[in-house]
Design a protein around this ligand. Structure first.
Ligand code: AMP
Ligand code: MG
Length: 338
C-alpha cells in the first residue's frame, strides 16, 4: 500500500491534509493520526473490513479489542448503553482527554472492534488534529496505537513511519505527542469505576471526582486474567534486553560495571538527576519530573539500537500519579526486574 505523509504542524497546511485523510478513512483505509497520548492507527469503526486492516497492519492479536474515538460527549450514547451516573462527572472533568470508558455496547460498531465482547471502549482524544479529523469524517474511528504490535508505542510521526510505512494509507504527522503514555482505561460496567490500565489520567485525579477507585487485581498479579485483554500481552519491548534496577545510583553503577565486565555495552535510561551520577557506554536522560519522563519514555526505548548497545539498564520510579503508568509500561517492557 502507498503511504502518504502529511505535515500538519501548521494550521494552513493541515486543513487540506485532514480532508484528504478523512476521505481515505471513508473509503475504508487505515490512517494514522496524532492524539495527546500516542499516535493512533484509525479506521472506520462501523466497517469490519476497514477494522480488519488495522489488525493486519499492526500484526495485532485478534482477541485484543480497540478503542473507538469520537469527537463529542453527546455521541457516547450512539454506541453505548446503560451509562452509569458516575460517568457524567468523569466526562465533564476528563473528556476530551486521556481517559477511555468501557461500557456495554449497543452493537453498532463492527464485531472485530470489540473482539466479540459485549462491551465497547470509547474515548474523546484531546488533540486538535484528532478532533478535526473526527469532525471531518463524521464516523466513529477505531484506533489502537500506530505501532507494530509488541513494539513501544509511537510518540512521533517518524515512529509511525518506521513501523508502518507501506502497510497503511497515510500518517498525519503533527510532531511529538504530549502525554506520551496511553489513556487510562476504566471499566464502567459496575457500581463504581475500576482501572483496567493506568494511563494519562491518574488514579488520584479520578478519585478527586468520584471518590475511591479500584484497580483490576490482575494488573499486579500475573496469575489473574485481566479484564482488559490487551494487558496480558508483552508490550513496549525495545529491540534489546531491558533490565529494571531499583536502588541508589551507586547500586545501579555497580550493576552497570558488572555487566560491562561481562563484555556488554550498556545504555542507561534514568532521570536527569540520576544520569548525572552514572557512567556507561550511552546515557539517555528521561527528564527531571514524572510528566517529562512519561513524554520521553517510548522515544528513548526506541532510540537504543542493537548495533551499539547490548543491554538497557533502566531506573525504577515511584508508583504514584503518572508514575503508575510509567512503571506499568516499564515492567511489561522489561526482560529482567532486579
Ligand atoms: P491500545 O488501543 O493498543 O492502546 O489498547 C487498548 C486497550 O484497551 C487494550 O488494553 C484493550 O484490551 C483495552 N480494551 C479495548 N476494548 C476493551 C473492552 N471492551 N473491554 C476491556 N478492555 C478493552
Ligand atoms: Mg498499543
Amino acid at each position: 500500500m502507498q503511504t502518504k505523509r502529511w505535515n500538519v504542524t501548521n494550521e494552513s497546511s493541515s486543513k487540506a491534509a485532514i480532508i484528504e485523510a478523512a476521505v481515505l478513512l471513508k473509503e475504508g483505509l487505515p490512517v494514522a493520526f496524532p492524539t495527546e497520548t500516542v499516535y493512533g492507527l484509525g479506521a472506520d469503526a462501523t466497517s469490519y473490513n476497514a477494522v480488519a486492516k488495522i489488525f493486519t497492519a499492526k500484526g495485532r492479536p485478534q482477541d485484543n479489542p480497540l478503542i473507538v474515538h469520537i469527537a463529542e460527549i453527546k455521541q457516547l450514547d450512539e454506541f453505548a448503553v446503560h451509562i452509569p451516573s458516575y460517568v457524567l462527572p468523569l466526562l465533564r472533568a476528563f473528556s476530551p482527554g486521556p481517559l477511555t470508558y468501557i461500557l456495554p455496547s449497543n452493537g453498532k460498531c463492527a464485531t472485530n472492534v470489540t473482539a466479540g465482547l459485549d462491551t465497547i471502549a470509547i474515548r474523546i482524544p484531546n488533540h486538535p488534529i484528532a478532533l478535526q479529523l473526527l469532525q471531518a469524517v463524521q464516523l466513529p474511528i477505531a484506533a489502537p496505537s500506530a505501532n507494530l504490535s509488541g513494539k513501544p508505542s509511537p510518540t512521533t510521526g517518524a515512529h509511525v513511519w518506521n513501523d508502518l510505512y507501506g502497510k497503511i494509507a497515510g500518517v498525519l504527522d503533527g510532531g511529538a505527542t504530549g502525554v506520551g503514555v496511553e489513556s487510562t482505561v476504566i471499566d464502567c460496567t459496575g457500581d463504581s469505576p475500576v482501572i483496567l490500565r493506568p494511563g494519562g489520567v491518574t488514579k488520584e485525579q479520578l478519585e478527586k471526582v468520584v471518590g475511591p477507585v479500584k484497580t483490576d487485581p490482575a494488573l499486579n498479579n500475573e496469575n489473574k486474567k485481566p479484564k482488559s485483554p490487551g494487558m496480558k500481552y508483552k508490550h513496549y519491548a525495545p529491540e534489546i534486553p531491558l533490565w529494571l534496577v531499583t536502588g541508589s545510583a551507586s547500586h545501579m553503577q555497580k550493576v552497570i560495571r558488572q555487566e560491562q565486565d561481562n563484555g556488554k555495552r550498556i545504555g542507561v535510561l534514568a532521570s536527569t538527576k540520576t544520569i548525572a551520577q552514572l557512567e556507561a557506554d550511552q546515557l539517555k536522560p528521561l527528564g527531571d519530573n514524572p510528566q517529562k519522563i512519561a513524554a520521553t519514555l517510548y522515544d528513548a526505548l526506541r532510540a537504543y539500537k542493537k548495533e551499539s548497545i547490548d543491554l538497557i539498564i533502566c531506573e525504577t520510579f515511584p508508583e504514584t500519579g503518572i508514575g503508575q503508568a510509567i512503571m506499568n509500561r516499564l515492567k511489561k517492557a522489561a526482560t529482567r526486574i532486579l
